[in-house]
Every structure is written in structure tokens, then in C-alpha cells.
Design a protein around this ligand. Structure first.
Ligand SMILES: [Mg+2]
Length: 249
């Protein structure tokens, strides 16, 4: 099989530097044998690049950033533009201002730093004192009336509004097709709610043991057939899952 691996970064690859170093070595061998590896993250492109240098992340064949709204292919230079074929497609029916307007200015949400807010993604943190899930549900109800927009809720704190056709899973599916690879030979790994879209989009997923409640719940519902629930956390859990799916050489 010509496998593709897509992995989230924070809390999935990061968290245990020794385990990550071991996994990075195995992913390098996987790539040398013809496998494709993609980092799929909520980070900005610059933050993801820093991770390659400073955090020992495995070198990748693609970096999908900003929760699946941007795709980068090598050479991964600092000022690089995202893959136009993907960005152009997402711009059709989305504006940042419209996405911002879904969230009422009631003091419960604060827009994240400028880096996290882009032309294709509006991002908030929950800062209210009530039930964050209930507050997110109220935003979700408003977004649901607009089929061109998608809301993603993660970690009881992070709220993103993206084009409905974006998200980690949609971006990785686009990339797999762009590479002319088989979507059935794809394994994905994550730890929070913004990884659900990715794990849902493929037939082999990995949920690390340290995952947030929302993803553990999702994974347990699918346990067995399409999602491997790792007993190890962080990179050790990803490695365990890749061995379970027999992907690494
Ligand atoms: Mg994560």
C-alpha cells in the first residue's frame, strides 16, 4: 500500500519529546520508502515551521495549517504562499466579517490573536463564566443556518468558523487527491475536537490517550472499525496506532 499519514501537532505529536524523537525516526524511514506524511494543525504556517526546527517535529511532505484552511507544499520557505488551488476554492462563499458576525458581542468570547484570524478563518476563545459547551451550542445553531459556514469547537475553549468545505479532513482529502493517492490508504491522528472532521473523513484513525473528552467520546462511539484508541499518550500513542494499522516499515 502507498500510505499517507496525517497527524495533528499539538497534544498529538508534542507532549513527550523522547517518544516524538523515536516516532520521527520511524516516519523518516516511512517517507524514504515512499509514504507521504502531512502535518495537519490549527497552528499558523510560521508556528508549524518553528516546530520543525525547535520541537523535533518529523519533516513532512505537506503542512496543512489554520484548521485546514491553508495547505503548504515543499520547499517550506518562510514567506511561502499557501496552495492557491485550495485557497481559491474556499474563498468562493466565505468572508471573515460574516464569520465574525455569528458570534454575539456578549462578552463570553474574545477574538484570538491576529495570527489565528485569517481571510478564511475566524477564531475565538471562550472567556465567559457559564457553561462553555452551551455557549458554543448557541453559536453552532446560528452557523447551522448558513450552509457555507462550519463551526469547530475544541478543548472547551477554542471556537473556529471556517468555510463549510474546509476543515482538517476536507483539506487532507483534497491533498490526497492532489497527490493522486488512495484515500482508503490514509491514517490520521489527533487529540481534540478540531480533529474530529479529519478522523471522520478517513477509514483509519488514531485517538491518543491524552485526547480531550469530545474526541474520546467520538472515538469510543466508533471504536474498533475505524478508530484506534491508543493506550499511550502523545507521540507514543500515534506510534502505537500506526503499528496497529501496520503502516510503518
Ligand atoms: Mg491538538
Amino acid at each position: 500500500m502507498r500510505w499517507t499519514i496525517g497527524s495533528d501537532i499539538d497534544g498529538t505529536l508534542t507532549g513527550d519529546a523522547v517518544a516524538l524523537q523515536r516516532l520521527a525516526g520511524r516516519i523518516a524511514a516511512f517517507r524514504a520508502a515512499g509514504g507521504k506524511f502531512a502535518l495537519v494543525t490549527g497552528r499558523s504556517y510560521g508556528e508549524a515551521l518553528c516546530g520543525l526546527v525547535d520541537e523535533g517535529l518529523p519533516m513532512a511532505d505537506a503542512i496543512i495549517t489554520q484548521v485546514g484552511t491553508e495547505i503548504y507544499l515543499p520547499p517550506f520557505v518562510p514567506d511561502q504562499s499557501p496552495l492557491a488551488a485550495w485557497s481559491t476554492q474556499l474563498q468562493q462563499a466565505f468572508t471573515h466579517q460574516r464569520a465574525v458576525d455569528f458570534v454575539e458581542p456578549d462578552g463570553q468570547w474574545v477574538l484570538q490573536s491576529g495570527k489565528a484570524n485569517t481571510a478564511l478563518k475566524a477564531s475565538w476563545w471562550y472567556v465567559g463564566r457559564g457553561d462553555p459547551d452551551a455557549a458554543a451550542q448557541r453559536v453552532a445553531a446560528r452557523v447551522a443556518e448558513h450552509p457555507d459556514y462550519r463551526m469547530i469547537w475544541s478543548s472547551g475553549r477554542d471556537l473556529d468558523i471556517l468555510p463549510a468545505t474546509a476543515g482538517k479532513g476536507c483539506a487532507l482529502r483534497f491533498l490526497v487527491e492532489y497527490w493522486q493517492r488512495d484515500a482508503d490508504a490514509c491514517v490520521v491522528a489527533g487529540d481534540t475536537g478540531n480533529d474530529i472532521n479529519m478522523i471522520e473523513a478517513f477509514s483509519r484513525g488514531i485517538v491518543v490517550a491524552n485526547a480531550q473528552a469530545e474526541l474520546l467520546r467520538f472515538g469510543r462511539e466508533r471504536n474498533g472499525d475505524t478508530v484506534f484508541m491508543a493506550s499511550h499518550p502523545y507521540a507514543a500513542g500515534v506510534e502505537q496506532g500506526l503499528d496497529y494499522w501496520s503502516v510503518l516499515p
